[in-house]
Write a protein that binds this ligand. Structure first.
Ligand code: ZN
Length: 112
């Protein structure tokens, strides 16, 4: 019976200590999280830069906020600087341009 009381007091003391230390434990956990966050942020930029470089290689002339134009043959939207213009129509590629020339949608001589 005496041991039981002792054990109870021990648990109570441990609980009290844990309760008193809880703010510090939370603070330490937050600090650890911040450190981990900072490490991720430090590690992130190089890969993002690599991604940007890769995007740049794929679309060297494309810029954010640029006007988009629609391909007259396939309907693909693309930056105006990358479009091939033929008169008033624009096309995304030489293939589409040739396709449009071969089979124009709006012919002036519709009856033939
Ligand atoms: Zn096209």
């Amino acid at each position: 019976m005496k041991y039981l009381v002792f054990l109870f007091l021990l648990v109570l003391a441990a609980g009290l200590i844990y309760w008193r230390l809880r703010p510090y434990i939370n603070a330490a956990r937050r600090v650890f999280g911040v450190v981990r966050d900072a490490q991720q942020r430090v590690n992130a930029p190089p890969s993002q830069a690599a991604d940007a470089t890769r995007r740049e290689a794929h679309a060297p002339r494309a810029r954010a906020g640029e006007n988009l134009v629609r391909c007259g043959a396939c309907g693909t939207w693309l930056p105006a600087s990358r479009a091939l213009s033929l008169g008033s129509s624009v096309y995304c590629s030489h293939a589409c341009l040739e396709r449009s020339v071969d089979a124009p949608r709006h012919t002036r001589r519709s009856a033939s």
